[in-house]
Design a protein around this ligand. Structure first.
Ligand SMILES: [Zn+2]
Length: 405
């Protein structure tokens, strides 16, 4: 990443670079629902309220729930149950108000794509996060001094963050994408786009203008794609570009991005976002399947010193802080226990913590806790969802790891 930074500064003046980054942030405020970016997740991780509790809500949006607003009954049940548990009337009124704001936002519209929503809200903190989830997470409502972000570990797969570029000389669009969900983050129409490249054009060579325009536009788009790629910490780039632009676009991509081209597709530059999502879906799935299979094979090849299979072995390795990559079948579930004092996982929650001897907290989903612990140790996580990798994993174990040492 460092290297491409340098190249970018050489091509775009720092002022222009800042201007594009500012626009990325600005244009992203437009859609009500946003994909969760690594930056936004880190910010949530640092958020804490000393006064009013932070309301965290997760709501699955299955096709059935989207029909005739049937999500509403689920939402009402969830909120009623939660409000009944609050004995302090002032607090109850306050939470009811926060939930009303969330209800209004949901009534205003559900995200057109995706499998669910998450809200993190606290009026006195000025906190309002309205997130579209590309995968279904269990319904849940939590009140606490910090946002309840643990279920989001399931969205933190190493290989599913894409930047999608739909390019032409007159109109170009940039998206961030995860598991078939797309969010448009930057749109450049004719005049804006031409404004970026005019400095590089030699207007005296009029006969050469067409070629120059293709070359310089491709160059500008390559650097913008690289900026978006860095900003959203993407892992792969997918693109659609006319033949004339392609050589200069590809040729001017920093090497770090060039090496992460996940595929090419063809689409009308004005196609609706839902259509873009449909077209790229098979490309994203192919990249994910390939990477998942590679991780599973790597674990198998690294046995027994640097790789292991099985929940018991994984729990031991996590407790010893040895995990570099944790791979798990996304459907795998197991219960266990956790000691918050020692930050240790246990398979048997009825036994005391082996380190401090105190009783441990039972965990209905030990896998979520394991993923969280892995991420806290700077390990990467691979949530296995493709048929190919699942089949392969089935012959070993539903969970495994690559080790640092
Ligand atoms: Zn302990």
């Amino acid at each position: 990443m460092e290297k491409s930074m340098v190249q970018l500064t050489e091509t775009f003046s720092p002022a222009l670079r800042d201007q594009i980054l500012a626009r990325l942030e600005q244009e992203r405020t437009e859609p009500a629902y946003r994909l969760l970016t690594p930056t936004a997740l880190r910010q949530l991780g640092e958020t804490k309220s000393n006064g009013d509790p932070i309301v965290s809500l997760y709501l699955k949006l299955t096709p059935e729930r989207r029909q005739k607003g049937s999500w509403h009954a689920v939402f009402k049940d969830l909120t009623r149950t939660q409000l009944e548990t609050i004995s302090d009337p002032r607090l109850r009124d306050h939470v009811a108000e926060e939930l009303e704001r969330i209800e209004l936002a949901l009534k205003e519209g559900l995200p057109a794509m995706g499998r669910g929503v998450a809200f993190f809200v606290c009026e006195s903190l000025g906190l309002w996060r309205q997130i579209a989830l590309p995968i279904p997470l269990p319904d849940r409502l939590e009140l606490a001094s910090t946002p309840y972000t643990r279920p989001l570990v399931r969205t933190r797969d190493e290989h599913d963050r894409f930047v999608v570029a739909v390019l032409s000389r007159e109109h170009s669009r940039f998206f961030i994408s995860q598991i078939g969900y797309v969010e448009e983050v930057l749109t450049l129409s004719g005049p804006k786009l031409r404004g970026l490249v005019t400095d590089w054009i030699d207007w005296n060579q009029r006969d050469d203008l067409e070629r120059q325009l293709n070359e310089q536009t491709g160059k500008a788009l390559a650097y913008i794609a690289a900026l978006v790629f860095q900003q959203f910490e993407a892992r792969y780039l997918l693109f659609s570009a006319p033949e004339k632009l392609k050589p200069s676009f590809l040729g001017n991509l920093p090497k770090s991005v060039q090496e992460h081209i996940g595929g090419e597709f063809t689409i009308d530059v004005h196609a609706p976002n839902v259509r873009v999502a449909e077209v790229i879906d098979p490309l994203e799935r192919a990249v994910e399947a390939r990477e998942e299979v590679r991780t599973v094979e790597q674990i198998q090849e690294s046995l027994p010193d640097r790789g292991l299979w099985g929940i018991e072995q994984v729990v031991d390795a996590l407790n010893q802080r040895r995990v570099m990559t944790l791979a798990v079948d996304d459907d795998f579930q197991v219960s266990g226990g956790y000691c918050p004092r020692c930050d240790l996982l246990m398979l048997d929650a009825t036994k005391p913590c082996p380190a401090c001897g105190e009783a441990v907290e039972p965990e209905s989903d030990l896998v979520d806790q394991a993923l969280e612990l892995a991420l806290a140790q700077n390990a990467t996580v691979e949530l296995v969802r493709s048929e190919a990798a699942r089949r392969l994993m089935a012959s070993y174990a539903p969970i495994g790891a690559l080790l640092r040492f």
